[in-house]
Design a protein around this ligand. Structure first.
Ligand code: T5A
Length: 210
């Protein structure tokens, strides 16, 4: 039986990585093989692209170039890691996927959404996650969390507040446009409360195994 593909989306510091670790442990306790991965990245070639995408000045690439680079990385990721894992029955959880391109390069960066959707079709046809969690959080709270972590900011974290507000609105719009696939989680709750809410949704949407 094919596995399931879950993506987590949201603004900076929303708590995706924290939630993914908990979901992995839960699913492994159900006897499932679980692969956790991230975008941009996830395979050696895509991680090379991640290095150039996340470093340098905010205007290092135009939003269209960013979208193309994100999709170059994504095709490698899907073909070499995600699809083979799903085919052998593993569950794959990715820290970001295609909705991030719609939100970051599209709604926040200014690339026409229809153009990004066309790019998706050219690159991956109708391949999408089975379930997407959108972690919704005030962007200032998320950015504060990343600052408190003490790492250097990425190119995207350095954008103005307006950019992060557009991102939040974009993710909420994606969730309301695609209610079968996407579920919004209130990421201002404590980590365990976010996890409990995610477990309930996963069981409801993906069935008994979850
Ligand atoms: N990008 C990506 C695009 O522009 N287009 C694309 O198509 C794609 C795929 C990736 C960047 O690339 C951009 C978007 C991103 O800017 P990244 O470093 O992977 O860069 O950035 P993020 O994905 O945003 O990852 P972060 O690690 O910054 O955030 P997370 O994973 O959402 O948050 P997490 O779990 O690491 O938590 C952050 C801090 O908050 C605490 C944690 O302990 C941690 O210290 N925390 C909480 N605190 C209070 N309450 C909670 N519920 C908490 N949950 C976590």
């Amino acid at each position: 039986m094919a596995g399931k593909f879950i993506s987590l989306e949201g603004g900076e510091g929303a708590g995706k990585t924290t939630l993914i670790r908990k979901l992995k442990t839960h699913l492994e306790n159900q006897g499932l093989e679980v692969i956790i991965t991230r975008e941009p990245g996830g395979t050696p070639g895509a991680e090379d692209l991640r290095d150039i995408l996340l470093t340098g000045q905010t205007d290092r690439w135009s939003p269209v170039t960013e979208a193309l680079l994100m999709y170059a990385a994504r095709v490698d990721h899907v073909e070499r890691l995600i699809q083979p894992a799903l085919a052998r029955g593993a569950w794959v959880i990715s820290d970001r996927f295609s909705d991030s391109t719609l939100a970051y390069q599209g709604a926040a960066g200014g690339v026409d959404i229809a153009r990004i959707r066309q790019l998706h079709t050219v690159a991956l046809e109708d391949f999408y996650p089975d379930l997407t969690f959108i972690l919704d959080l005030d962007p200032l709270v998320g950015l504060r969390r990343t600052v408190e972590r003490g790492e250097d900011p990425t190119r995207f974290e350095m954008h103005e507040t307006d950019f992060h507000t557009r991102l939040r609105d974009a993710f909420l719009r994606i969730a309301s446009d695609e209610p079968d696939r996407c579920v919004v989680l209130d990421a201002s709750m404590a980590p365990d409360a976010v996890y409990e809410a995610a477990l309930e949704i996963m069981a409801d949407k993906l069935g008994a195994n979850a």
